[in-house]
Design a protein around this ligand. Structure first.
Ligand code: 6GU
Length: 244
């Protein structure tokens, strides 16, 4: 998968060189390129923002640097056949595991990270007319810009790409993955020692009874989901307690 990121803070994306994603990049599974928006701002101060038309607080990102940068990325010889441009925005559709899976099927993603009060609306309109654009939020809270949201999305998407995670089995049982028995939260995990500070590993996990372990884990998933995220429970697993 090819990923381009446009930002005025390229340093945020140094984090993508770490851990699994860093390994996936060095193995050529993900090709991430980070572009400094200011490289497309040509005045003496490399200005990327201006006062909001109509007045009001804060600053808005100017359209010209965005146009030059995105045109360059889309015109590159090695651009994907039908790139998807994602603008992280608290005003967008909410990112979840389903969207991560959907985006993991794309061949070329372009993330446009806005700062200040946002990007001039004409940038969205221009690229929506010319191709595919999505505004995506990572949750109902406000960040200072799209960078941290983009890192979260790249990590969620990247780990779903074939070959990135050594053991694909570890993907199926985790929280929010429907293939592991409904979109339930993950069960609690334990390792050695069998007792720590007077706290024992649940005996069933040391019983060697695989059926009993599977049953216990499923019960834990349902119980946890009911307690933490009742709205995720499929009807039938809730014991009729949904919304009560
Ligand atoms: Cl994608 N951007 C910003 N600035 N804030 C957010 C967000 C995105 N998602 C949640 N809050």
């Amino acid at each position: 998968m090819r990923i381009d990121v446009v930002t005025i803070f390229p340093g945020y994306f140094d984090a993508l060189e770490l851990s699994l994603l860093g390994k996936a990049r060095s193995r050529g599974l993900i090709d991430v390129r980070v572009h400094d928006l200011r490289d497309a701002a040509h005045d003496r101060h490399r200005t990327v923002d201006g006062k909001p038309a109509g007045g009001g607080a804060g600053m808005v990102m100017k359209p010209e640097p965005w146009g030059e940068m995105l045109d360059g990325i889309l015109a590159a010889q090695d651009a994907g056949p039908d790139p998807l441009i994602i603008f992280p925005s608290p005003a967008g559709e909410v990112f979840d595991q389903r969207m991560a899976r959907e985006l993991a099927g794309e061949s070329h993603l372009v993330f446009g990270c806005g700062r200040y009060e946002g990007i001039d609306q004409r940038v969205f309109d221009e690229y929506a007319d010319r191709g595919r654009v999505r505004l995506v939020s990572i949750g109902d809270y406000v960040l200072n810009g799209g960078e941290v949201a983009t890192i979260a999305m790249i990590e969620a998407i990247g780990r779903l790409l074939p070959g990135v995670i050594g053991n694909p089995e570890s993907l199926v049982e985790e929280s929010h993955e429907a293939s592991g028995g409904g979109a339930l939260l993950e069960y609690p995990s334990y390792t050695q020692p069998a007792e720590w500070r007077g706290r024992a590993v649940p005996p069933v996990l040391l019983s060697g009874n695989h059926g009993a372990v599977a049953k216990w884990r499923q019960e834990q998933r349902v119980e946890r989901t009911l307690r933490m995220r009742p709205e995720l429970l499929p009807p039938g697993l809730s014991g009729g307690r949904r919304g009560r």
